[in-house]
Design a protein around this ligand. Sequence first.
Ligand SMILES: CC(C)(COP(=O)(O)OP(=O)(O)OC[C@H]1O[C@@H](n2cnc3c(N)ncnc32)[C@H](O)[C@@H]1OP(=O)(O)O)[C@@H](O)C(=O)NCCC(=O)NCCS
Length: 152
Amino acid sequence: MIRLMQQTDLNAVSEIENIVQSHPWTKQQFQESILSYQSTVLEAQGQVVGFCILQPVLDEANLLLMAIHPSQQGKGFGFKLLDQSIQLLKNKPVQIFLEVRESNTAAIALYEKSDFHQIDLRKNYYPNKNGTREHAIIMVKTCSDDFATLFK
Ligand SMILES: CC(C)(COP(=O)(O)OP(=O)(O)OC[C@H]1O[C@@H](n2cnc3c(N)ncnc32)[C@H](O)[C@@H]1OP(=O)(O)O)[C@@H](O)C(=O)NCCC(=O)NCCS
């Protein structure tokens, strides 16, 4: 089940984030995301096992963050969560943008399966723990059928 994130989800969401990210969002950031963005969670057997934060901006949206608990990855939850979270956006965006670490092959594969494609590369964008930096891949998904047909 996919639903909007609530205050009572913050511990579970933060726990997942701390496991999967080298530079995790704080609980405070997740709390603010409930008010400012569209934050959703995926529940499986009554447990929050993933979350997705989309930032609507005019007729576009940015995918800021998403994750599935490692014990629940590879079961199709990430794909379902992203797809349904996009459908839940109140104003249907024309395009959705995201940036992802170049080494994050699982996320890039998920995004490609969800019809995102690379449009840019931001060099040395992300800090690594060891002091080096990593490129960001910028991806976009075009949602509007009307827009897509214009360029056919
Ligand atoms: C990226 C992430 C959300 C994927 O979630 P998931 O539930 O495991 O993904 P799904 O099971 O829905 O897989 C959907 C598609 O993603 C791709 N994919 C998922 N895991 C993959 C992996 N380890 N290697 C390669 N491709 C993978 C596949 O194309 C898959 O489709 P398929 O099963 O038809 O081959 C999850 O790995 C995760 O939480 N990672 C840590 C946090 C993160 O990197 N978030 C994204 C950046 S903010």
